[in-house]
Design a protein around this ligand. Structure first.
Ligand code: IFM
Length: 443
């Protein structure tokens, strides 16, 4: 059973999150080509080579989707805009149809009493900019700030909050070191540059938005709790290195203006010249700290090249993604974030949820008790962190709809609402109904 709204502090915000490429249907409305289209069309990168061309067809079905959010008694909707829908070539002439779409969408949220929480970039880089080196090219920081200005000049007046980049670790490390996301590069020099330029773009966009008097600007990083696979000093050292790269690089830069030494050990020699001079821009103050949390990792030493670690399968129950369910990690991160990074600023859990497969039953219901249990255990972790003094002010569930789970295509189902990817019919799952009951206001 999910804890009721009344069991959280007054004003605590509940929301659902999605992203543009994962739900909109990027093949419609004049959007430009993105590096995810290129990545997916390269054999072997994505399950069944699926793309976001159709996705959930949110582009035309958005009014019904917003009704679903309001119907779950949620307060806010965390959505993203596609850079390539707004500026098909990443720069230059805007796609008016794209701007009109986001204008209508934001109006639709306001009409339903939902707070619009915008993310400017959730991974669909225009291919025209990828051709110029994408995140490896320092100029991307300026292109990104220009895109922020174009979009916010149109919709900024109605937004509750804005975040420049979703999960910079995925933009930098996952996409340029592990090669598991677009552009699928595996190169340490590209990694160092992408991990720095994505932060520079964040800082430049924050400055551009401050100059426009845009309120309530945040940063959203994904964190995975790291535990050593055994009690050896070598495992402890590997875990500290993993933690530095994954969980400290981005938040240390944004909230402390520095990079962790353990990560610089390997990335330092590959950083762009003069990177130290950018740290003031990167550390431009924000108004809140967003944290996306799903799982933890067990880490062992590895004899290979830096960073000399390997992930080891853990013993805990797992989701459809194979990710261990570990709510204690969320509690620990909230307390660490409060002490070391947010330091009094509001903290939001901007994504949390699980993938679980389950088809609709004959009577048109989808039973997902494991998701209810997952959310309820993570909300309990939030309550414990609040009781221990963390300034947590909201929780967003990932995700409203089953959607395009990147290199896993449409196979992994994170939604509170089931989507039939042939008919595009939406069926709220039992977790959706449980959330609606827990969040109902009795006044
Ligand atoms: O689907 C993703 C989302 O795009 C970013 N955060 C994690 C989710 C689940 O993998």
């Amino acid at each position: 059973m999910l804890p009721a709204r009344a069991q959280f502090p007054d004003g605590f915000l509940f929301g659902a999150a999605t992203s543009a490429y994962q739900i909109e249907g990027h093949g419609q409305g004049g959007a430009g080509r993105t590096h995810w289209d290129d990545f997916a069309e390269t054999p072997g990168n994505v399950v069944r080579a699926e793309t976001g061309a159709k996705a959930c067809d949110h582009y035309t079905r958005w009014p019904a989707d917003l009704d679903l959010i309001a119907g779950a008694n949620l307060d806010a909707y965390r959505f993203s805009a596609s850079w390539a829908r707004v500026l098909p070539d990443g720069r230059g002439a805007p796609n008016m149809e794209g701007l009109d779409f986001y204008d209508r969408l934001v109006d639709g949220m306001v009409e339903r009493g939902l707070k619009p929480a915008l993310t400017l970039y959730h991974w669909e880089l225009p291919s025209a900019l990828a051709d110029l080196g994408g995140w490896r090219n320092r100029d991307i920081a300026g292109w990104f700030a220009d895109y922020a200005e174009v979009l916010l000049a149109r919709i900024g007046d109605r937004l509750w909050s804005v975040v420049p980049i979703n999960e910079p670790w995925c933009v930098g490390w996952l996409s340029h070191f592990l090669g598991a996301h677009a552009p699928g590069v595996r190169d340490i020099r590209a990694t160092a540059r992408a991990m720095h330029h994505v932060l520079l773009a964040h800082g430049r966009a924050i400055q551009a938005m401050r100059a426009m008097d845009q309120p309530n600007l945040g940063a959203v990083c994904n964190l995975e709790w790291a535990d050593p696979a055994d009690a050896s000093p070598e495992a402890a050292a590997a875990t500290a290195r993993y933690d530095a790269i994954y969980n400290r690089w981005f938040v240390d830069a944004i909230f402390r203006g520095e990079y962790p030494a353990l990560a610089l050990e390997g990335l330092g020699p590959h950083m762009p010249a003069g990177w130290q001079d950018d740290m003031v821009v990167i550390g431009t103050p924000v108004d809140w700290c967003g944290l996306n949390y799903y799982t933890r990792k067990l880490v062992a030493p590895d004899p290979g090249p830096w960073p000399h670690y390997a992930e080891v399968e853990g013993p805990l129950p797992k989701t459809q993604m194979g990710w261990e369910i570990y709510p204690e990690g969320l509690e620990k991160f909230l307390l660490r974030t409060q002490a070391e990074h947010a330091r009094g600023l509001p903290i939001y859990i901007t994504e949390n949820g699980m993938a679980e497969a389950g088809p609709p039953q004959a009577q048109g219901t989808v039973e997902d008790p494991a998701r209810i249990d997952y959310i309820s255990r993570h909300l309990a972790a939030v309550q414990r962190a609040i009781a221990a003094g963390a300034n947590v002010q909201g929780y967003f569930c990932w995700s409203l709809l089953d959607n395009y789970e990147w290199s896993f295509g449409y196979e992994k189902r994170f939604g509170l609402v089931h989507v039939d990817f042939d008919s595009l019919k939406r069926t709220p799952k039992s977790s959706y109904h449980a959330l609606a009951r827990a969040l109902a206001r009795n006044d």
